[in-house]
Each structure stands twice: as C-alpha cells, then as structure tokens.
Design a protein around this ligand. Sequence first.
Ligand code: UGA
Length: 434
Amino acid sequence: MKIAVVGTGYVGLVTGTCFAETGNRVTCVDIDVNKIEKLKSGVITIYEPGLDVLFDRNIKEGRLLFTTNLAEGIKDAEVIFLALPTPPGEDGSADLKYILKVADDLGPLLADYAVIVDKSTVPVGTAEKVHARIAKNAKVEFDVVSNPEFLREGVAVEDFMKPDRVVIGTNSEKARKVMSKLYAPLVRQGNPVIFMDERSAEMTKYAANAFLATKITFMNEIANLCEKVGANVDDIRRGIGTDSRIGKRFLFAGIGYGGSCFPKDVQALHKTSEEYSYDFKILEAVMGVNENQKTKLLPKIKQYFNHDLSGKTIAVWGLAFKPYTDDIREAPALENIKELVAAGANVRAYDPEAMENVKRILGDQIIYTNSPYEALEGADALFIVTEWPEFRSPEFERISSLLKNKVIFDGRNVFELDQMRELGYTYYSIGRDV
Ligand code: UGA
C-alpha cells in the first residue's frame, strides 16, 4: 500500500519505518527542513533501540521516503497518518493547533479517497473536528479514523510489530477494510484488531495511560505505607502480581512516573472530565501523589547529611525518565537535581543516553561524567534515579572505594536489601525497610 505519515517525531518515525518494514511504500512529511534533510541522508533523528536497522534497510530498499512538501507526500496515499504533537496548553488540555492546521491544508490536496488517521493522543471529539476541517475544502470522499498508539519508548519497535491489540475507531466500512489490510501483517499471531467508534477509540488511549499511571501510583502509595508499617513492597508486588486479575506488570514502586505520555495524558483526561462537569477524583489523587513521589528521597538525603548539603557531592546515576531512552521530559532526575543544587550540593551525573538533553536544560550547573564510576569520584553519596540495566550488577568494591560514605539512595529499588546489608551499605530505597 502507499501511505503517508505527517509528522516525523517519535510516533511518526516509528510508524512510518515499521509500516515500510511490512512492505508498504511510506512517505514521511515534516515542516522541519533540517530534520527532513537528515532523514533523507539516512541519519535517524530519534533514539529508539532497534529502529535504526529497519530505518536503514527501508531507505536502502526505497520504501521509506521523506519530504517537506505535503502535496508530494500524500500523493496517491491510501492512508494518511497524522502523528503530530499535542502539547498541553496552559490549562492542561491538549493543544490541537498542529493537527487542525494540517487538516486545513489536506482538504484541497486530496485527489482520491483516502483514510486520514489520527495517531496522536487527542481528546475525545478530535476525529470529528479533523473531519469537519478537511471537509471544508475537500472535493473527494474521505474518512477520518482514530487509531491510538500504545508504544512504549525503548521497546517501540517490538510494541509496533507485535501489538497486544490494535484499536481502530471508525463507523465507515470502507475505512475499516483499508485499516484491516494495513494491519494484517502485524496481527498474524491472532492479536485482535478492535473496532469501535471514533470517540471510544480516543477515550481508550486516555483510559489505558491513566489506568497504568494509576496502577503505578497505587503501588507507590502502598510502598509509602510499607515504609511506615515495616513491610517490603517488593514482596507485596510479587504477592499480588501473580493474581492474574492484577497482573505482574507496571507494579514497580519508585520515585514516580515521568515521560511525555503519562503526566500529559492524565492531566488532559482530568481536563476533559472537568469540561464535562465530572469530578474524576482518582485522577486528581494520582497527579498529586506522583508529584510528591518524585522527590520522595530528598528528605532522607537531607536528613542523612544533618540538613546541610552545602559542599556535599551527590553522584546521580540515571537522568532519562526510564531506561533505553534519552527522553528527559518530566524526568524525576531534573526536579531532584535542581533541589540538590539549590540546597548547595554538587552533582556529578551519569546517564548512558540522556546527558546531552540534560545539558541543554541544566548547562554547567552539574558535572557530566563518562562512566558511572567517574560520577562517584569524590562523592559523598550515590543517588540512583533511573534503573538502567548497567547499574544492576556494578562493581561494588569500586563503588565503596570511590564513595566517601557507604550510602546509597535508590529511587528504583535496583538492589536487594540482603545484598546491601552484606556489603555494609546504608541503603535507602522505596517501600522497603532500611
Ligand atoms: C506509555 C505507555 O506505556 C504506552 O503504552 C503509551 O503508548 C505511551 O505511554 C504513550 O502514550 O505514547 P512510555 O511513556 O514510553 O509509554 O513509558 P512506560 O514504559 O509506560 O513508563 C512510563 C513511566 O512509568 C516511567 O517513568 C516509568 O519509570 C514508570 N513506571 C513504569 C513505574 O514507575 N513503574 C512501573 O512498574 C512501570
């Protein structure tokens, strides 16, 4: 099939590349000339494990093309994906200006029937708005479909190529056939393509992210209580996760969820509920708890140093909001580091992928190091913020010899308590006994 993807951000590039991989001819469109030039010359503009191999192959085989020209990009396309940003506006609701602008531009350009697909996370009712804006200038028949994505950064290729499910919102039989054909190669194992109306599909995406954010937050609250009652949240996780009604995943307590999706989507769903005069109490609690959770370990760090961090050096391991990404949006690391620096501490940080992005925000307020061990040089304590696998089995002897105090503050429960006791560390983590 011939398809177009408008917007070459994270979702757009993954969508375009993966659909090229299943044999389609994909043209990706973006207004950013520099980005398109890079992509055209074979330089990938996002960090996503495994995507580069697919990207290179499909460019080489001529199935993945790039342009800044919308008319050229959508020419002959049966399906046109809109993968555009929906940043939160000042009031927390998703800002649709990019999507609606492209909808305006698309109308007069459509030469034949096409399915226009909302891939971005958009509030309920957006497909109708997009439809109305295209219809103003369109001379041909078209459908607007909602097809939310459930990709996780870091494992996006796997999530795309083997989705648990595909959700497609449309009442058009014609669009349904086109979308079924496009997704058929990805659901060969029998995972479902679930059809519903546009509004329900849009709502499904928010419900999924809000549910997962709530699940994590619930465990974070259990963890906070575990600390008070003297229980171990890891045992609770194993104890409840094996109940198939609860499930093992997304039960890991830590210093809060971050990223570009959960915080934004929970906020946007809350905003939607307000607009419809519905008091969505759980969401409000989730947002509040998560905000506090992010800096949960700071009071313990301060207390350890008798409330005087001036001149102390803290080694921070991990800056990205989670492993296998360079994304630092809403990353707990930023807030923690800012507070540490404000309290007079020096920070030496290491992250395998995210340091360049942090440099752009924090500049030379902190020291960036080339290895986790270099971060420990002259440090008074180690603070683990992101659970990169390389931190899981470190050389403890090296850590001990570099750290001034044998103390670790672990925001992601990377180490076992027994192990820490045996090694003689003072160890603070989340929801577990000290
Ligand atoms: C999330 C969803 O998982 C995807 O399905 C969705 O498509 C995506 O948002 C989106 O809307 O685009 P992502 O933000 O990439 O994906 O990352 P997750 O792996 O879901 O992690 C989100 C946050 O939750 C991270 O900060 C992570 O550290 C935290 N988390 C996750 C926990 O604190 N505990 C857990 O058990 C799991």
